[in-house]
Design a binder for this molecule. Structure first.
Ligand code: KPL
Length: 311
């Protein structure tokens, strides 16, 4: 029997676990709660009533099931959304693994390109990777603010499970998270990684908002990072945006800087809060690729070394 003929469209209305309920996880959980049974699974227990503030200013409160990683519900979930930071994903997966079955769909929402290949190989059921530009932040323990609408892309690294990706994309879209199923999620994850690599380490190092990267002395530093990223990704066979080589990377990255000018990037927020950063998931794959191809990446390597001291 083919994967598609196994497919049961009611699957996405099955139970969804949100493992790692930070801002993104709670946004997904509260959006899905209108259509499915949702359980927030975290390291500590959370208030069962959670409020979503929509970009339009509406407040919607839902009662959600909550659970702790060390006291999981008995039932096997239909879908697990792993929404931890990249560095915490493997440990969170290991903690829930005893409850997962071959029918459990695993959706990986991490930045960078570290856990996606390893968990895709490891999980016995279908694995989808997601990359999103949805903006959300927490206000206390019981409220998430959906700051701005973005776009989410969803697909499996080997291009399989297209029906599952299409169906989940439709479900998420219906709840207010515009999502497209794609067959090139590998490229899209690397493109997001490229954006994060050119912006996040610099703003974290200099403790500036994204828009300040357009000014001196930072502008040439961004251009230097883009040049290294573009060279590494060309060697790695990752298509530049709009197929335009380095100019495509420049256009994309400067567009994101302008669009998020007022933001404190996630890595800066992590540094300011004394949390570990996603340095390894974002710069690690680039530096490993540079080494594989015998390319020098002095600026990315220096940023990596500086951030390592904050970890
Ligand atoms: O994704 C981001 C982040 O903060 O991690 C960017 C696009 C850089 C926006 O701040």
């Amino acid at each position: 029997m083919t994967e598609a003929s196994h497919w049961d469209a009611s699957h996405w209305s099955a139970s969804h676990w949100i493992v790692g309920p930070g801002a993104l996880g709670r946004l997904i959980g509260l959006r899905l709660a209108t259509r499915a049974a949702v359980t927030l699974v975290g390291r500590r227990s959370l208030p069962a009533r959670q409020t979503l503030v929509t970009p339009e200013g509406d407040r919607v409160t839902h009662p959600l099931a909550t659970a702790c990683l060390d006291a999981l519900p008995e039932a096997t979930p239909g879908v697990v959304h792993l929404t931890t930071k990249a560095y915490a994903a493997e440990a969170a997966y290991a903690a829930i693994a005893p409850r997962l079955g071959t029918t459990t769909r695993l959706v990986l929402w991490q930045n960078g390109y570290g856990v996606q290949p390893s968990l895709s190989a490891h999980h016995p059921g279908p694995v989808l990777c997601a990359t999103t530009t949805e903006g959300a932040y927490l206000e206390g323990d019981a409220r998430v603010v959906h700051a701005g609408h973005g776009e989410t892309y969803l697909g499996s690294l080997d291009g399989g499970h297209a029906d599952e990706a299409a169906d989940l994309a439709q479900t998420l879209s219906c709840t207010g998270l515009a999502t497209r199923a794609v067959d090139d999620i590998h490229t899209r994850l690397w493109q997001k990684l490229a954006v994060n690599a050119a912006i996040n380490p610099l703003v974290a190092r200099f403790r500036i908002r994204n828009g300040q990267l357009r000014d001196r002395p930072f502008h040439p530093m961004v251009e230097g990072a883009i040049a290294e990223v573009a060279t590494i990704l060309a060697a790695e066979g990752i298509a530049p945006p709009e197929g335009r080589g380095r100019a495509g990377w420049q256009a994309l990255i400067w567009r994101v800087v302008a669009g998020t000018a007022n933001n404190r990037a996630s890595m800066l927020q992590d540094v300011l809060a004394g949390r570990p950063t996603e340095r390894e998931a974002i710069l690690g794959p680039l530096l490993a690729a540079a080494q594989r191809h015998g390319l020098a990446a002095p600026q990315l390597a220096a940023l990596d070394a500086q951030l390592r001291r904050c970890d």
